[in-house]
Design a protein around this ligand. Structure first.
Ligand SMILES: *Cc1c(COP(=O)(O)O)cnc(C)c1O
Length: 404
């Protein structure tokens, strides 16, 4: 049977302490032991099922982690206080001084800044490459390379990584393939395509209510144990721990992820087609005009669609700002960064979420200043939304500009 991430989440059975339909929340930072010996064994990692201290793990965090591992088809997972709190320990766990990373050049601004400005302090160097070109990726690999890093669907340009091809390279050169799957939960299952480690910012689609930050690392039991090791585990020692109350709340939101993703994808597909028909430069993996449309199709779990993210280019930053302000005024969405909310969110990445990337590099990767990134919401009547969006664009003469 085909891999189905939403079924895997559904099939987990969790009960509360008193038979509650939701697991009980462990509202404690520390745990007692009946015997001192068991406490020692737990410290040493030799007492399965015992809890020690909540920076290490808690029942609530384990429940959420196991649900996310089921979703990605990995052995286990470790949740963290934010997406960056998942990404940075993974890279620091896999690399030591002198090591090298090959990363996609179109990645989340925070990840880019970490690899470009922060890890060189520890003599960990990164080559940023066009991840859609496997020959370019391979040519960047050196004797010191330890990690291939990419986003399944990239932020903000929506480039699609050939995960199967990258996994083949990773195997050939004995590297770890780390994939940030934040933009394409359920639609793409990187571990099933050969990725070693899958990361999410739970802040976005997975939690879906823009009320918290959170992250997760999905991988093998061995790797997750390493991250959590009390002596040398980067997650344990850097301390980006999720709170139990929040883990319980993210788990409840995860229950509706499949319904939300279908609606995000449905609405984004509708708008992308309309924008393209209107002559706007539109990027959406679900459009046949997208350079990686066929690749996405070959990797995807069909029923969840091509996701909720799309971009249009309205020519320059002033037009982009005018349009976003007008759309907000008409209550079509919010001028805000982040994604995965019930309401449409839009921002101009060149001056916001990707502003860590220097302007010349932005230009080289095709990140123009008229680019607007949309996270399409759960609108009940997307036709009505489109009609009003089109009125906004006509009012600002955006469609005429594009047509010439
Ligand atoms: C938001 C985001 C992150 C960072 O996650 P936080 O929860 O904000 O720390 C990482 N990767 C991608 C693709 C993101 O969109």
């Amino acid at each position: 049977m085909a891999f189905n991430p939403a079924n895997n989440i559904q099939d987990l059975q969790y009960f509360g302490e008193f038979g509650g339909v939701n697991p009980s929340i462990s509202d404690s930072s520390t745990y007692t032991f009946l015997s001192a010996k068991t406490m020692f064994d737990t410290f040493e990692g030799n007492a399965d099922g015992c809890y020690l201290y909540s920076r290490h793990t808690t029942p609530s965090n384990l429940y959420l982690g196991e649900a996310l591992a089921a979703m990605e088809g990995t052995e286990t997972a470790n949740v963290s206080a934010s997406g960056m709190g998942a990404i940075t320990p993974v890279l620091l766990q896999l690399c030591k001084s002198g090591d090298h990373i090959v990363s996609s050049r179109t990645i989340y601004g925070g990840t880019y800044a970490f690899l470009k400005n922060f890890t060189p302090r520890f003599n960990i160097q990164t080559s940023f490459v066009d991840i859609t070109k496997l020959d370019v990726v391979e040519a960047a690999i050196t004797a010191n390379t330890k990690v291939l890093y990419c986003e399944a669907v990239s932020n903000p340009l929506l480039e699609v990584a050939d995960i199967t091809g990258l996994a083949r390279l990773a195997k050939k050169y004995n590297l770890k393939l780390v994939v940030d799957n934040t933009f394409s939960p359920l639609s793409i299952s990187p571990a099933k395509l050969g990725a070693d480690i899958v990361i999410h910012s739970l802040t976005k689609f997975i939690n879906g209510s823009s009320d918290t930050v959170g992250g997760v690392v999905c991988g093998t039991q061995v790797f997750i144990d390493e991250l959590r090791n009390v002596n040398n585990g980067a997650s344990m020692l850097l301390g980006a721990t999720m709170d139990s109350l929040r883990a319980a709340s993210v788990l409840k939101n995860l229950r509706t992820l499949h319904i939300r993703m279908k609606q995000h994808s449905h609405n984004a597909t509708y708008l992308a087609n309309k924008f393209q028909e209107d002559g706007l430069k539109t990027v959406y993996p679900g459009l046949e005009s997208h350079p990686s449309h066929e690749l996405f199709k070959s990797m995807m779990n069909d029923e969840y669609g091509f996701g909720g993210m799309l971009t249009i280019d309205v020519g320059n930053i002033d037009k982009a700002n005018e349009l976003m302000e007008l759309m907000q005024k008409r209550n079509l969405g919010y001028l805000a960064v982040s994604l995965g909310f019930y309401k449409t969110l839009f921002s101009a990445p060149g001056t916001s979420t990707s502003s860590e990337i220097p302007e010349d590099e932005q230009a080289e990767m095709g990140l123009t200043d008229g680019l607007i990134r949309f996270s399409i919401g759960l609108d009940n009547d997307i036709k009505r939304t489109y009609t009003i969006m089109r009125e906004c664009m006509e009012e600002l003469n955006i469609l005429e500009l594009e047509m010439v």
